[in-house]
Design a protein around this ligand. Sequence first.
Ligand code: PBG
Length: 320
Amino acid sequence: MYRHRRLRRTPAIRRMVRENHLNRNDLIYPLFVRPGKEIKEEISAMPGQYRYSLDRLDEELEGLHALGISAVLLFGITDKKDPAASEAYNDNGLVQQAVQLIKTKWPDMWVITDVCVCSYTDHGHCGILHNQDVDNDRTLEILAKTALSHAKAGADMVAPSAMMDFQVEAIREILDEENNKDIGIMAYAAKYYSSFYGPFREAADSAPQIGNRATYQMDAANSREALMEMAADIEEGADIIMVKPALAYLDIIAGARQNFDHPVAAYNVSGEYSAIKAAAEKGWLDEKQVVLESLTAMKRAGADLIITYFAKDVVGYLKT
Ligand code: PBG
């Protein structure tokens, strides 16, 4: 008779038969850049995460470099908001300057930029409004211009997160036309309408002032639709497909892995981070073990890459 416990007897044999592993090369660290000088400001709903002014970004990059984390996902925060999100594609905007700075000083760092307009519109929606509704096709132009300005600044990859139909196609087209054929697209392919983004909205000052994002982000009850979204993004030219959030959507990650051969990224979002942090602060959960268990589950589900606010902690855990 087969005895399952034989292969669980000691740490050595457990390590030998372990099927999935976290690796620091899989980790992408989100970074928030804000206006001002000499600012490193903690995000209150995300203890341990900060918004940096440009002149303080360096110290964070130095830390990431020392840890061997080789990819960042950049988010910009601005005080120049308008209905048309015009600051999003300002070639001298904050994100554009941050990309330039990082690629000049840390050329090996793989720099991905979030391409959305929710931090740049005065109403906080991920697109341009027309008759109280987000106008998909008018938004495409803005997203394309934004992606191009990030590419011109030196971004290695852009990550469109607005959930507009055809956003990947619009971006791929403009990048190709403007001599940026090598710039990749990590598509937020299956991005759900989720309350797990709560802390991020504080971090990026991007909460919608009226209504919500349910007309463009996916309904949490749907899984077949996620496969349609992924297939569309691949058809439009996505290099990496992302599922977001991660923990409550492991089945979607597994579906991505089973149905497509593109690399799959999981976004371990702000609410997943903050919930663990809060419980750990109260002494209710063992932070290290819960983080390792959660992120390993994402790998087990099929994620190749994990975007996580825990990236730096994980590198530390892997060393011990
Ligand atoms: C921008 C964007 C959001 C997140 C990533 N890009 C917020 C949203 O869609 O409301 C969420 C990230 C997180 O919660 O960590 N559209």
